[in-house]
Design a protein around this ligand. Structure first.
Ligand code: GDP
Length: 472
C-alpha cells in the first residue's frame, strides 16, 4: 500500500514537473556592432559552466547563489525554419591563436537552453524536486526595427523621412551618384526590372558608404544592408526619392504603370511581405527583450555619428511602446513584459567611469521621452561586458595614483595600459565635441581555452533581472 502511494506520488510529481516545464523567449538586439554575438556567446558560456567547480560563480544571480542550479545544456531549438546561432564557430574564434572576436550578427538566429534548477518557493517546490526552464535566445539585427514606421507610412512619407534623416550627414560621392541616377529617370514612364536593380544597387552603395565608411547608423530600409534570407531578392529592389510633397502628389496620380507607381507597389510589397511578417512571426512571440547599446564606438566617431546613433536608438524604442492605443498592440499584440537596455563593452573603461556610461545611456533613453512610457512592461538599464577583454589596475603618476585598464590592442597585438578618458555622463554638448574628442581603444579578446572561465562584468545582475523570477 505504502509503495503504491509512493509510486502514485512520484507519478503525480513527474506529471506536475512536466506540466510546469516552462519556456521563455529572450530576444537580443542592438545596432550593428553593439555586441549581440559576443553577448550570446558569453552568456551561454557562463550558463553552461557556472555549475563547474572551476567557475567563480554568478553571485548576483539568485538561483546560482543559492546553489539551486542543477545544470544548463543546449538542446534542439523549437523552430526549424530559423538559423541556429553558431555557438561552436564563436567559441572556435575565441580559442584561436591569436584569439578573434566571433563574426557579428547578420540575420535572425536562435538557440535553446534547458535550465534545470531546484525551485525554492510556490507549488513547484513542494511537488517537483527539479524543474526545467527552456530558454530560447533569439538574436536579430536592431536595424530591422527601424522599419516599424513603414507600417503606417506611404511611399511619399517614407521617402521624406529618409531624406530628412540623412540630411544632417556629410555628403558623399555615392549619394550624389544615386541622386543623379534617380534624377535622370522619367518617373511618369515605366521602368524595367534591371533598371530597378541598378538604381537600388546605387542606393545600397550609398547606405554602405554612410554606415561602413562614415560610421552612421540609421539605414533604411532595414534589410538593405542586413538582408538575412532576402539577400539578392527582388523584394529589396526599391529606394526612396528626394522629391517635394507636390511632386510626390502629382506622380502619385499618374497611374500605377509608371516608374513612380511601380516604386509605390514595391514599397507596399516590402512592408507587407517583410516588415509585417517579422513582427507577426517573430516579434510577437518574444517574452523579454535585451537591447544592447555600444556608446564607445559612437563617441569615437564624432558628434554627427553619435547623434545619428541616438536617433536610431529612438527608432528602436518605438517598437517597445505598446500602450493600449499603439499601432503595434493593435496589429500584433506583443507580449514582452521585461525590457532591458544594456550599455555593452563596459570593460573599455575604468570602474570609476562605468557609472557615467550608465547615466549617458539613461539620458539617451530618457531624452526621447519614451523611457517612461512603456506601458505594461518593466524597463531597466545596466552596463555590462559580455566577454571581458581588459583588466582593471592602478598606476602611479606624477599626479598620484590613476585608475587604468590593461588589454591587448585589437589588430596590433600590443599590450595597452591606458586611462581611456572621461565618459560624459550626459549627452555631450558642443564644447565637448570641440575639445579633444574621444579615443576609446579597441581590445582583442583575451586568450581562452575550452573549460576555462571567461571574464565578464555584471552578467549575473542581468540574469537576475531577466530570469530571476522564472527560477524562484
Ligand atoms: P553585433 O554586430 O551586435 O553582433 O556585435 P558583436 O558581438 O560582433 O561585437 C562587435 C565588436 O564589439 C566585437 O567584434 C568586439 O570587438 C567588440 N565587443 C563585443 N563585446 C565586447 C565586450 O564585452 N568587451 C569588449 N572589450 N569588446 C567587445
Amino acid at each position: 500500500m505504502a509503495r503504491a502511494v509512493e509510486k502514485l506520488t512520484q507519478k503525480a510529481r513527474d506529471l506536475l514537473a512536466r506540466s510546469t516545464d516552462r519556456n521563455l523567449r529572450l530576444a537580443v538586439t542592438g545596432l550593428s556592432g553593439a555586441g549581440k554575438t559576443a553577448f550570446i556567446t558569453g552568456i551561454v558560456h557562463q550558463l553552461q559552466s557556472v555549475t563547474q567547480s572551476s567557475h567563480p560563480g554568478l553571485p548576483l544571480w539568485q538561483v546560482s547563489r543559492d546553489e539551486r542550479l542543477v545544470g544548463v545544456r543546449r538542446v534542439s531549438q523549437p523552430d526549424l525554419d530559423i538559423a541556429s546561432f553558431d555557438l561552436q564557430g564563436a567559441l572556435a574564434s575565441l580559442c584561436a591563436s591569436p584569439p578573434q572576436w566571433p563574426a557579428s550578427t547578420r540575420s535572425l538566429s536562435e538557440l535553446r537552453l534547458e535550465i534545470r534548477y531546484r525551485p525554492n518557493s510556490g507549488l513547484l517546490s513542494r511537488f517537483a524536486d527539479v524543474s526545467t526552464l527552456y530558454l530560447d535566445l533569439v538574436d536579430y539585427p536592431g536595424e530591422w526595427l527601424l522599419d516599424l514606421p513603414m507600417l503606417r507610412q506611404n511611399y511619399a512619407q517614407w521617402s521624406a523621412q529618409v531624406f530628412a534623416a540623412i540630411e544632417p550627414r556629410s555628403s558623399c560621392d555615392s549619394l550624389q551618384k544615386f541622386k543623379a541616377a534617380a534624377g535622370a529617370i522619367a518617373l511618369d514612364k515605366p521602368l524595367s526590372d534591371e533598371q530597378f536593380e541598378a538604381l537600388s544597387a546605387l542606393y545600397r552603395d550609398y547606405l554602405h558608404e554612410s554606415v561602413h565608411k562614415q560610421g552612421y547608423y540609421f539605414a533604411q530600409p532595414g534589410r538593405m544592408l542586413l538582408p538575412g534570407e532576402l539577400e539578392g531578392a527582388p523584394l529589396l529592389a526599391f529606394f526612396p526619392l528626394p522629391l517635394t510633397e507636390a511632386e510626390h502628389q502629382r506622380l502619385g496620380n499618374a497611374g500605377k504603370d509608371t516608374a513612380y507607381g511601380q516604386l509605390q507597389r514595391r514599397y507596399r510589397e516590402y512592408v507587407s511581405r517583410v516588415v509585417e511578417p517579422f513582427y507577426q512571426q517573430h516579434f510577437a512571440r518574444f517574452d523579454r527583450q535585451l537591447v544592447l547599446v555600444d556608446c564607445f564606438t559612437a563617441l569615437n566617431r564624432g558628434r554627427s555619428q553619435f547623434e545619428d546613433m541616438a536617433m536610431a536608438l529612438d527608432g528602436i524604442l518605438e517598437s517597445f511602446r505598446f500602450g493600449q492605443s499603439s499601432l503595434l498592440k493593435r496589429l500584433f499584440s506583443p507580449r514582452i513584459d521585461k525590457l532591458l537596455f544594456a550599455a555593452s563593452k563596459i570593460d573599455h573603461v575604468t570602474r570609476s567611469q562605468q557609472g557615467r556610461v550608465l547615466s549617458l545611456l539613461r539620458q539617451m533613453l530618457g531624452r526621447s521621452e519614451h523611457f517612461a512610457r512603456f506601458e505594461g512592461c518593466t524597463v531597466e538599464a545596466m552596463a555590462i561586458s559580455a566577454i571581458r577583454a581588459t583588466e582593471p589596475g592602478m598606476v602611479n603618476t606624477a599626479q598620484g595614483e590613476v585608475e587604468v585598464v590593461t588589454g591587448t590592442e585589437l589588430g596590433s597585438n600590443d599590450k595597452l595600459t591606458i586611462f581611456p578618458g572621461e565618459v560624459p555622463s550626459a549627452l555631450p554638448g558642443a564644447d565637448f565635441w570641440q575639445g579633444q574628442g574621444f579615443g576609446f581603444a579597441q581590445f582583442a579578446p583575451k586568450a581562452w581555452h575550452e573549460g576555462e572561465p571567461m571574464g565578464h562584468i555584471r552578467l549575473d545582475h542581468l540574469l537576475q533581472y531577466l530570469l530571476g523570477d522564472k527560477l524562484s
